[in-house]
Write a protein that binds this ligand. Sequence first.
Ligand SMILES: [Zn+2]
Length: 78
Amino acid sequence: MSDHILCKFCGNLRPRTNTGICETCKIDYEHIRTYVTDHPNSIVMDISHATKIPVSKIMTFVRGGHFLLVEGTFAVID
Ligand SMILES: [Zn+2]
């Protein structure tokens, strides 16, 4: 059995862990989460601009169930 699997967010090979997310995506996720917590009514363009994380990747986190999009603005899911 391989001890590496593909990250479900970026598709990069990563060590097998319980989280399903690679170190890079984890850092990106924390950046987005911090920004959304500080700026509750942000739209995806604001978040992308502030965090330097591409919109497509932010939307991957939304699809993965890590953030909630409500009428275009973001909410953190715990
Ligand atoms: Zn990743």
